[in-house]
Ligand binder design. Sequence first.
Ligand SMILES: NC(=O)c1ccc[n+]([C@@H]2O[C@H](COP(=O)([O-])OP(=O)(O)OC[C@H]3O[C@@H](n4cnc5c(N)ncnc54)[C@H](O)[C@@H]3O)[C@@H](O)[C@H]2O)c1
Length: 320
Amino acid sequence: MTGGAGFLGSHLCDRLLQDGHDVLCVDNFFTGTRDNILHLLENPHFELMRHDVTFPLYVEVDEIFNLACPASPVHYQFDPIQTVKTGVHGAINVLGLAKRVRARVLQASTSEVYGDAQTHPQTEDYWGNVNPIGTRSCYDEGKRCAETLFFDYHRQHKLEIKVARIFNTYGPRMHPNDGRVVSTFIVQALLGKPITLFGRGEQTRSFCYVDDLIDGLVRFMASDKDFVGPVNIGNPLELSVRELAERIIDLSGSRSRLTFRTLPSDDPKQRQPDIELARQRLGWSPRWQLDDGLSRTIDYFDSMLKNGDLFEQKPALAVL
Ligand SMILES: NC(=O)c1ccc[n+]([C@@H]2O[C@H](COP(=O)([O-])OP(=O)(O)OC[C@H]3O[C@@H](n4cnc5c(N)ncnc54)[C@H](O)[C@@H]3O)[C@@H](O)[C@H]2O)c1
């Protein structure tokens, strides 16, 4: 797995080990941390390799989950060129490896390939409305080009590919300072600070709990070889960012108030997956209720706060 020390990757490592697999976790620790996988380091079926996927990788594996890529705007805009390289060169290197060892390979793509979508909810056949030259483009276009590469390797080299379009996911091990709404709001609520909303907080998002997402990825990897995707994996329950803030205040028993800031550029107004394809082909749909998932995530950040880890766990931005 590339990106195995990150938020989603570390949960996927846990799940694959539970399922009896041997896991090679490849990560350059740009946004991932050893803390996320500390509990796995003594496991004889787990191996950790520090490696940047923009360089070729020579290992022997049967399946590859390609998750390496910074995923939140504060992280992927820190070094946009490196983000494009991770998306594109990373895909080329991973696909080259898959071709050499004839491994099945899954790409963690994103709902951002739909950009500021003009159809709602988004189905997989929608081609997207993406600004190619904006500040989010390094991520969006990197992921779009990676999808192209996956499908070209599939057509040209008969590679077994799987392209998953992941929608907003949350849960324990998210970065406390990644600027994403769930983590930001929870940290602000726990610290009793004002909760910052962009615009009036009326833009909508849908949020998938991490366990559901991981289950979707595992089912997809094990699915029929002819089902290559792309397939949306996310939770269709849509709510406004303001409603989310209010749920978090309520569940954490916080006394924080809401404050409002200017909307950033290219911020999608609405985002909701159509998951009919995943239901039909993978028998998958999310099971976690929002309040249960949020409560687990609040508990995670609360224990970080109590251990004094909340301010220490900064992404290793200086490595680049
Ligand atoms: N979390 C979400 O809501 C979400 C939504 C859509 C797509 N995704 C995709 O899922 C994947 C995982 O996202 P996440 O939320 O766990 O983010 P994350 O930042 O926690 O994890 C990404 C991991 O990739 C590693 N990485 C980054 N660049 C690398 C490189 N060049 N070489 C090796 N490792 C590198 C980071 O150190 C980190 O461990 C990403 O590809 C992301 O685009 C996530």
